[in-house]
Design a protein around this ligand. Sequence first.
Ligand SMILES: Nc1ncnc2c1ncn2[C@@H]1O[C@H](COP(=O)(O)OS(=O)(=O)O)[C@@H](OP(=O)(O)O)[C@H]1O
Ligand SMILES: [Mg+2]
Ligand SMILES: [Mg+2]
Ligand SMILES: [Mg+2]
Length: 401
Amino acid sequence: MEMATFSVSSATIIKDSLSRTSLLSTKNRKPLLPLSLCLTLKASNSTLTVASMSYDKQLAAAKNAASLAARLCQKVQKVLLQADVQSKSDKSPVTVADYGSQAVVSVVLQKELGSASFSLVAEEDSGDLRKKEGKETLRRIIELVNETLASDGTYGNAPLFEEDVLAAIDSGRSEGGPSGQHWVLDPIDGTKGFLRGDQYAIALGLLDEGKVVLGVLACPNLPLASLASHNPQDDQEKVGCLFYAQVGSGTYMQSLDGSAPIKVHVTDLDNPEEASFFESFEAAHSLHDLSSLIAKKLGVRAPPVRIDSQAKYGALSRGDGAIYLRFPHKGYREKIWDHAAGYLVVAEAGGVVSDAAGNPLDFSKGRYLDLHEGIIVTNQKLMPALLKAVKDSLNEKASSL
Ligand SMILES: Nc1ncnc2c1ncn2[C@@H]1O[C@H](COP(=O)(O)OS(=O)(=O)O)[C@@H](OP(=O)(O)O)[C@H]1O
Ligand SMILES: [Mg+2]
Ligand SMILES: [Mg+2]
Ligand SMILES: [Mg+2]
């Protein structure tokens, strides 16, 4: 890990509404860094020197890994969408893409950063692929992974064999936790969207001492222009976004084919009546009735925008919508790979992500998030009103049972 030092003439330590401490430049009130990531604070000659972690090298590797995995997924989705109806009901393409994407990310990260202390918390494992029925799927995955790595020119000199690919997939069995560094990966988030030809994301985050410090979201089908001006009829529309954020450095978006990055921000809207909100496409993943009640209490006029996957976090980080509501059915436990990357992409763009009670998300507890009820996301200005609407709606729902 590298260290970056920077100096400011005057700084204040602040605590925000979610009890996060940050170092704030007194001169322009710009947040400099979460305090947990400042290593030394030295004051001399009225200048404060701050040494902080820099994750530039990990970020470059993560962007490469997610972009290459996206290339693999796009290839599979293209074939899938051209297939006839009968073979579309066969779920194996998504399986091949899920495993293939996980293998590519694991291989690229280890080639770039070394494998000595590599730890990955990821959705898939090779259990089914090691069974006799998994052999044909495994053969297709190995082929696809090798083709994808070779297409980059950097990684493809020596082809990977069966055991290499299985090991790469299984490197994702880490339990994560509060100490050390752990990569967090959803190789395809929004598998249902992937099958429909809609939105999905390759979501890669990095935890350091239990905090998310990097977030990369590759969204191959997300339009580069705002969803607010999206025209589904326009087949010339440019799609394929890569969002990335490093803690303390803001959020950027570039096209998956490598345009210059632009800094993005959440909306600065403060009137909920003008806000639009995102929710899961799949009613099985989030209670649409509850979101609609919350939106009504807030006075939101626009209908919900339903899209799959963490593409919702990406879209929100650039102000396409103002609110994301996620209320899974009772008993569902959220996994860290469904939120880690998206969380940082939104937080670094100025947004707030919390559970339904306003508590910050805790990614340090292993593979699952312990949450109160659901996840809500919006900007700083709208959060107080949103929290109230959520509380009132949950009470109303409870008393009607
Ligand atoms: N029952 C239930 N409740 C809540 N959430 C669930 C549920 N089942 C699955 N999942 C997770 O939802 C992930 C897909 O993200 P979204 O819900 O945002 O997208 S979608 O619109 O529903 O496709 C999806 O991620 P992937 O499995 O990576 O696609 C799941 O982790
Ligand atoms: Mg997921
Ligand atoms: Mg997934
Ligand atoms: Mg899944």
